[in-house]
Design a protein around this ligand. Structure first.
Ligand code: UD1
Ligand code: CA
Length: 465
């Protein structure tokens, strides 16, 4: 690769985002299960940059570590004084030592931005040999944006900011998205020439367009049709609208890829979720985080799965699950709560009003009703009857309950952990099992039944007297 082909991406994220009214910095607010700036950094990967520089300022102690987690080799450029987008890019170039190639500038709050658009934009910028290229769009309401001013020949002359625009310029519907591509050498020369002699008293990056034109250099705009990709979210109303739009896009994409979604309006799928062909999602399903669902599984209605893995052909009904694994052909719910560390084997069953945590339930094993299994291991093809409870916590330490293969526990068995029930063993209904039950044995611990003869008759006499 020649130095001229080098690509540096600069993401601007120093601004405060006060309209969010939040302890959390604007670009860290999430849509689709990822921070807004996380989406931008993901999109940027499509242009295969040699380096990514993020300009941080406000709440940098929050933003910096988040960015380093997403892109470990990111260059963090600290803008001490927020003196405008021009000042921000200047700090970015200085911190990264960028002097050559192409510089792509984006902002951190445009979560709908897609890699494909950036790829075409950068390709267009390079092919046209422009020193500045603007990703522009025609919008219904251009208020607040920088307007693209063109001359009679249609060539781009300048970007004029809202506050500096004349009434006539404010009528221009073509706006700058804030995403710009530059020839680095031009940019390095132009930035020190910016002045803050404008309505906001800031060094506008967008004034580089005017500088290029004054120098007789070529500038151009690349119009994006899907303008929502460059929209930012500035307050929580816009954040919610953006979240809905992102979800609409994600759900639509999955339907095109072979997923049945009965009600797209009530189905929420995070950006990092992965689904296989012929998965069916019934109304009211939220698939969050890094959830993965294998083919032919049916989820819903009304289920939330976060960071879960669901096997092929599994059935999950009205369930809340987090960090759980559901095996192929297994069945969960209705009304199950799978907490972290739940692993349900192939064709296993976790039924109604069952809560599990750190529980490994073997292939073909069944926990059909009204149970709590915490820190437990259930062997394959075992059956845990209704109302079984593991007493896994004595107030100090957590202990494990092991139930063997093909074991059959009686209803309302309590397991006082640590305790082991052997393979093919039984427990009697209502038993409190605090001692190990050997393989094939019956563990029973309830007091013997006593019948008091003639009790009803005597009760009647007492009332009568
Ligand atoms: C900017 C553009 C405008 C464009 C619009 C698109 C300028 C002068 N204007 O306007 O042409 O239509 O975006 O949304 O560039 N930032 C810093 N440091 C600063 C100032 C800003 O990092 O000193 C960051 C902000 O965090 C934000 C981005 O740069 O992510 C844009 O800044 P903002 O002040 O919101 O500019 P706009 O007025 O929206
Ligand atoms: Ca803005």
């Amino acid at each position: 690769m020649s130095e001229a082909d080098e690509l540096t991406v600069v993401v601007l994220a120093a601004g405060g985002g006060t309209r969010m009214k939040s302890k959390t910095m604007k670009v860290l607010h999430q849509v689709g299960g990822r921070s807004m700036i996380g989406h931008v950094l993901m999109a940027v990967r499509a242009v295969e940059p040699q380096r990514v520089v993020a300009v941080i300022g406000h709440q940098r102690e929050q933003v910096g570590p988040h960015l380093q987690e997403l892109v470990p080799d990111i260059v963090l450029a600290v803008q001490e004084v927020l003196d405008g987008t021009g000042g921000a890019v200047r700090v970015a170039l200085e911190s990264s030592g960028t002097t050559r190639g192409t510089v792509l500038v984006a902002t951190g709050d445009t979560p709908l931005l897609e890699g494909d658009v950036l790829r075409r934009f950068v390709a267009d910028h390079r092919a046209a040999e422009q020193v500045v290229s603007i990703l522009s769009g025609v919008v219904a309401d251009p208020f607040g944006y920088g307007r693209i001013v063109r001359n009679d020949e249609g060539d781009v002359e300048a970007i004029v900011e809202e506050k500096d625009a004349t009434a006539q310029q404010r009528e221009i519907p073509e706006i700058s998205s804030g995403i710009l591509a530059f020839d680095a050498e031009f940019l390095v020369g132009a930035l020190p020439r910016l002045t803050n002699d404008n309505a906001k008293g800031e060094y506008y990056l967008t004034d580089t367009v005017r500088i290029a034109r004054e120098d007789g250099l070529t500038v151009g705009a690349f119009r994006i049709d899907d303008v929502r990709q460059t929209e930012g979210a500035n307050d929580r109303v816009q954040l919610a609208a953006m979240g809905r739009e992102m979800n609409r896009r994600i759900v639509t994409r999955w339907m095109r890829d072979g997923i049945t979604v009965m009600d797209p309006a009530t189905t929420w799928i995070d950006a990092d979720v992965k689904l296989a062909e012929d998965v069916t999602l019934l109304p009211g399903v939220q698939l969050l985080g890094a959830t993965v669902v294998a083919e032919d599984a049916v989820i819903g209605p009304d289920s939330t799965l976060k960071d879960c893995e669901v096997g092929a052909g599994a059935r999950v009904v009205r369930t809340h699950a987090e960090l759980a694994v559901v095996g192929d052909g297994a069945s969960v719910g209705p009304f199950a709560y799978l907490r972290p560390g739940t692993v349900l084997g192939t064709k296993g069953k976790i039924g109604t009003f069952v809560e599990t945590k750190n529980a490994d339930i073997g292939a073909g094993a069944k926990v059909p009703h009204l149970s709590y299994l915490g820190d437990a291991e259930v062997g394959e093809d075992a059956n845990v009857a209704a109302g079984n409870i593991t007493a896994n916590y004595d107030g100090f330490t957590k202990s494990r309950t092991k139930i063997g293969k093909r074991a059959k526990t009686g209803v309302n068995t309590s397991f006082i952990a640590p305790v082991t029930v052997g393979d093919e063993a039984y427990t009697g209904a209502g038993s409190v099992i605090g001692e190990d039950v050997p393989e094939g044995a019956l563990g029973i611990s309830r007091p013997e039944q006593k019948n008091v003869e003639g009790y009803a008759e005597r009760a009647k006499q007492r009332k009568g007297s």
